[in-house]
Design a protein around this ligand. Sequence first.
Ligand SMILES: [Zn+2]
Length: 346
Amino acid sequence: MIRYIFIFITCFCTLLKGQDSRVTEFAQSITEQELMELLYVYASDYFEGRRTGSKGQKIAVDFLRDHYMNLNIQAAEGTNNYFQEMTLKVDGKMVSTENVAAIIKGSEFPNEYIVLTSHLDHIGIEGGQINNGADDDGSGTVTMLEIAEAVKIGLENGYKPKRSIVFLHVTGEEEGLLGSAYYSENPLYPLEQTIVNLNIDMIGRNDSLHDNDEDYLYLIGSDILSQDLHDISISINKKYSNLDLDFRYNDPLLKVYERGRHYANRYYYRSDHYNFAKNDIPVIFYFSGTHEDYHLPTDTVEKINYPLLTKRARFIFHTLWDLANREERIRLNSDKKYLNIDKNGR
Ligand SMILES: [Zn+2]
């Protein structure tokens, strides 16, 4: 009898708390410990800096595929067992390489797709030194792996997302956004049915503009194609995360200091989301800024701020969850900002 009462109370409380608290519970499956464990493998010397087409990059894609297989998240249609294979030119040589793509199908709007991206490659070995790319883009990669697990836990608890979620790890980013360009020319799911791309590239550190105890995150491009996307980001953050969302790089004329020079910030064009944005798909580029170890062998795992990476990862999960489950698909703006300024990619 006691057991029955207990079950009744549990069910009743669950109903009262509703979906919000369950979502928070799923988000909490994203932990510092797991992000760290994944990153200590993914950005280890064994992966040899993951240069596109190299042995280390092949180890990386096998690692990613294994993760989705272990979670029992299916391969995206049109892939060869999770791999979207292609041939790319790297240093004047043609190499075979692959994106890794998995999907969780939506329940109500299965033909509307949210594509989550991060780049799986980095710059490999230079001058005998391995560039482990812990932040670039180990941080985005392991964040996606943890988000995939959180969505899967939701699913197992009866919360199937309404829209389909595609987990797309792209290759060839460091060679000129090539893997995402290939995807945009050979999409596994129709681009016109792709409602948003959330791209995560370098979110594990603090830049020189922020103290180490500041919980901030740059969101780039969020209002350029869809004001809805921008507004949702702000309200989700207020509700769940309380990060200092920093939109300064939405001004493409703002200068940044990098490798000894000031440049006009062109971040909107500098990571894989751009290959979606140029096809009129709303995007957010999640980013925590560059640092002194950018593209150097010193971009290593012990320099990652794991508590902050966890907060950022949970925020992105909550945003994804909202976009996947809201009744209405986010709307495109009638006017497009900034797109006329510079279309030359990197
Ligand atoms: Zn990167």
